[in-house]
Design a binder for this molecule. Sequence first.
Ligand code: 13P
Length: 243
Amino acid sequence: MNKLFISNWKMNLAVTESIDFSNEISRTINENIIKDNIEIIICPPFISIPYCFQILKSVAKIGAQDISKMNEIKGAYTGEISAKMISDYADYVIIGHSERRTNLKETNQDVSLKGINILKNNMTPILCIGETEEQRKTGEHISILIDQLNESSEGLENKMIVAYEPIWAIGSGNSCNIEQIIEVSSEVKALCGNGTPFIYGGSVNEDNCKELLYQKEIDGVLVGSASLNLNSFNKMISSMNGD
Ligand code: 13P
């Protein structure tokens, strides 16, 4: 299985900035001797996706950061973007990110509906799960994560990537340690099967990326802020080359 390097831009970079950054990423990837054991997936804001797709198509895949849960490819749903619409550009879609669960009150059922739409349109859902700091402290994190995963993946027949993103680790500079991540990986693989890729996100950066990618239990990383810095991006993707 290739290791996955997924860059989530979140609500960052206007269109012109996205174009400039994509050009720099393309140059960076071309200059690095990337072995064929890593797949790079870039997830820009919707508005920039067609531009980024054109610039990056020979070096990376595109992921969307969200998609409509409505079960139709078009219709009277103001503000929504269907999975069918984005499938001309994207191969992956992030769903269930804790920022959407918290800020937009998305439920496990919403996440599962989105995942079904993604699969119907031949893309792969990147399904995020994660516990709060409090839930980890009380030791209930595993049962919470498994419940989240079971409910959010209903109808997906394990055809997703599972992204473990502890809420307390996101944007905090405080990554989960390897043992903690491997514990969750074992639970997820026991539930979904070994063929379901398990990736980690939460304060991944140039200092910890290599160690994470080298673990056999971790199939990739989902990176936020560090992947918006070209120098860090460069160092992280070259870590698969043994640099
Ligand atoms: P950071 O890498 O900024 O902690 O964000 C992680 C994340 O939420 C990726 O989806």
